[in-house]
Design a protein around this ligand. Structure first.
Ligand code: SAH
Length: 407
């Protein structure tokens, strides 16, 4: 096995079990794409083993911090099995059958994401090492996920290019059957169709499950504007909790069409509370650019009781953070102005590079410019199936704040 020797004094992050070794920390050593390497300190101590990525700034991703445990096929299979095992509560609870099974670095499997949609698993492999172990991972998921019917891969993500991995449009089945064109999942009172082939990420934003429920509890009798709605999640939750009116806005035609279908599907849920929603809540679906739509609402003098802002990632890297901050300030300022007294703003940043502190600062500046006072009533974050390893704070990418307007 090839060795990667670290520069003197650059071993401390590995010793704290941070999984990334940047190219600048490497003194010497190379290997093929995705090969397992032994990671050695400048003093010659073996610190563990990682996956080598010659094309990435993150040169090695650690998978074993134990000098005596070389990550072979059994080791990787066990990592997948234990990651699935940590989701046991979800399988027992049954209130949802859309669950993230493997959350990459934070589950000890760098660059591997695996999402379960009602018996069908969809994966993304974004590190050379995860790519190299694809067959093992797929087999392990098929074996250890209860009731698993298929394991597929989506390779249509730009980060694969940074890793020197091929980009492919089409979903590829790795194990089991072809998943259906639309997979039906349950999330509490909501039923959604998930498109595993063309849907965003692996098909759905499972990470906002808890935030959607939190917003629902604040939605009774309210006039709700759900911006960047994708397939409708926050708005559907608000409706099941008795919202009077829900406006769903997204720029994507496909997303809006699926949001409409999801409203109809959820209305067929036998749960009585959900039946009420189909008769009480008035839905409006708008295919529009939120930046323009909010301005249009302002110009028309429209106001709302509850606004959700869940935009796509504005900052891909630290270099883009200031530009992203301007984008967040723009939409938050506009939304704040559209809120009625006592209104709620549930606002989110999914940019990993945007810190909680900076996001709070942007919101405070937006409030000042809107000449309104707000109180923070909750913070939201990615759900328990998207854990954050303590040694890997970068894993916390989804930061939400729920604000109430006091003026
Ligand atoms: N809230 C959603 C997830 C939102 S993801 C949920 O709970 O499932 C971000 C969404 O923003 C995507 O659906 C994307 O199509 C949409 N989007 C991106 N740019 C946009 C823009 N300028 N205006 C409106 N929607 C946009």
């Amino acid at each position: 096995m090839n060795k990667v020797i670290l520069k003197k004094g650059r071993d401390w992050s590995v010793r704290k079990h941070h999984p990334w070794i940047f190219s600048g920390a490497v003194e010497s050593g190379a290997a093929g794409q995705g090969e397992t390497v032994e990671v050695v300190s400048a003093e010659g101590e073996t610190l563990g083993y990682g996956w080598f990525s010659p094309a990435s700034q993150i040169r090695v991703r650690m998978v074993s911090f134990d000098a005596t445990r070389v990550p072979d096929e059994k080791f990787v299979t066990d990592l997948v099995a234990s990651s699935v095992g940590r989701r046991a509560d979800f399988f027992v609870d049954c209130s949802t059958n859309g669950v993230r099974l493997v959350n990459a670095e934070s589950d000890g499997l760098p660059g591997l994401v695996a999402d379960l949609y009602n018996g069908h698993v969809v994966c993304q492999f974004t590190s050379a090492g995860a790519e190299a172990w694809k067959a093992t991972v797929a087999k392990a998921l098929m074996t250890y996920v209860p009731g698993c019917q298929s394991v597929s891969e989506r390779a249509d993500i730009d980060v694969r290019k940074k890793e020197g991995l091929p980009y492919a449009e089409e979903l590829v089945v790795l194990e089991g059957v072809q998943p259906p064109a639309l997979i039906e999942i349950v999330e509490g009172p909501i039923r959604y169709y998930v498109d595993p082939r063309k849907g965003h990420k692996t098909g759905f934003y499972l990470d906002q499950r808890d935030a959607r429920a939190a917003v629902g509890t604040l939605a009774a009798a309210r006039d709700v504007l759900n911006c960047f709605c994708y397939t409708g999640g926050f708005g559907l939750y608000a409706a099941t909790c008795g919202a009077a009116h829900v406006t769903q806005v997204d720029i994507s035609h496909e997303a809006i069409e699926l949001a409409k279908k999801n409203a109809a599907l959820t209305a067929t849920n036998p749960d009585q509370t959900v039946k009420n929603f189909s008769t009480q809540t008035v839905f409006e679906h708008v295919e529009a650019d939120v930046f323009k739509y909010l301005r249009q609402c302002r110009d028309e003098g429209k106001t709302f009781d509850l606004i959700v802002l869940d935009p796509p990632k504005f900052a891909e890297s630290k270099a883009q953070v200031m530009k992203a901050a301007r984008g967040y300030k723009d939409i938050n300022l506009l939304a704040m102005k559209l809120l009625r007294l006592g209104g709620i703003l549930a606002t989110v940043s999914c940019s990993g590079a945007m810190t909680t502190e900076l996001f709070d600062k942007v919101l405070a500046e937006a409030a000042a410019d809107a000449h309104k006072d707000f109180q923070m009533i909750a913070r939201t974050r990615q759900g328990a199936d998207h854990p954050v390893a303590l040694a890997f704070p970068e894993g916390l990418y989804l930061k939400g704040v729920i604000l109430r307007s006091m003026s």
